[in-house]
Design a protein around this ligand. Structure first.
Ligand SMILES: NC(=O)c1ccc[n+]([C@@H]2O[C@H](COP(=O)([O-])OP(=O)(O)OC[C@H]3O[C@@H](n4cnc5c(N)ncnc54)[C@H](OP(=O)(O)O)[C@@H]3O)[C@@H](O)[C@H]2O)c1
Length: 203
């Protein structure tokens, strides 16, 4: 299997790459700073490039089975998730799994009060990241690419419990270990029942 990872040098991206390699996937990681990834493996190809560059994304997506994005907003790139979604869909990816936030609403949600407060707070406190994630979902929903958006609450770096819980209409918890997120992302890659869905995941 040929896989591609965008945002691979981030805190979650690195864990996803490690787990993918451990389960035997061939991985190509598109990263801005190869030295930052700090993983070497015979099945890992690291490509230097920017996910806001349509050409770099198209070259990375070409010929792969699945594209996974753990991209997140960094200073100067507040629209990176929606931009990457546009490039990945234009490149005709066969499968796309990306990470979004529990504060994003999609049709079919039935959030409880706590979930609605989270959405309100994210919109208020991180308006550009909120707009980016909303636009990312809109672009994917309008595309023919089989996508999954994994919606997450506050991410933490404690050890995972190995059994993340998930649901389709509201978040099952208020935090998620990045290790558990990495595990769920790879599960979503293989689960066609999650295509065109935006599951909430928590530890
Ligand atoms: N933290 C939370 O509590 C929380 C809550 C809800 C949702 N999320 C979402 O969860 C996801 C993962 O979060 P995280 O904290 O693990 O991520 P992170 O550590 O902040 O990593 C973000 C990654 O995106 C990469 N990136 C940004 N712009 C890029 C570009 N133009 N080209 C290539 N790479 C680019 C960064 O690359 P560099 O290494 O080169 O900077 C980095 O590897 C994100 O989508 C985030 O929005 C997080």
């Amino acid at each position: 299997m040929g896989e591609r990872y965008l945002g691979a040098s981030g805190r979650t991206g690195r864990l996803v790459v490690q787990r993918a390699l451990a389960r035997g996937d061939a991985v190509r990681a598109l990263v801005r700073s190869p030295a930052k990834l700090a993983i070497t493996h015979p099945a890992l190809e690291v490509v230097a490039g920017d996910a806001s560059d349509a050409g770099a994304v198209a070259r990375a997506v070409d010929g792969c089975d699945v594209v996974v994005s753990a991209l997140g907003p960094v200073p100067g790139h507040s629209a990176i998730c929606s931009t990457a979604a546009a490039h990945v869909t234009a490149a005709g990816a066969r499968r796309y799994v990306a990470i979004s936030g529990a504060g994003i609403d999609v049709p079919g949600d039935d959030k409880d009060i706590a979930g609605k407060v989270v959405s309100w707070l994210v919109r208020l406190l991180s308006p550009s990241a909120f707009r980016d994630k909303v636009l990312e979902h809109e672009r994917l929903a309008a595309s023919d690419v089989p996508w999954t958006l994994v919606r997450v609450p506050r991410l933490v770096d404690r050890p995972g419990n190995g059994a993340p819980v998930w649901g389709l209409v509201r978040s099952p918890g208020a935090s998620l270990a990045r290790e558990d997120l990495a595990e769920f992302v790879l599960r979503a890659v293989d689960d066609d029942a999650l295509i065109r869905k935006a599951p909430f995941v928590a530890s």
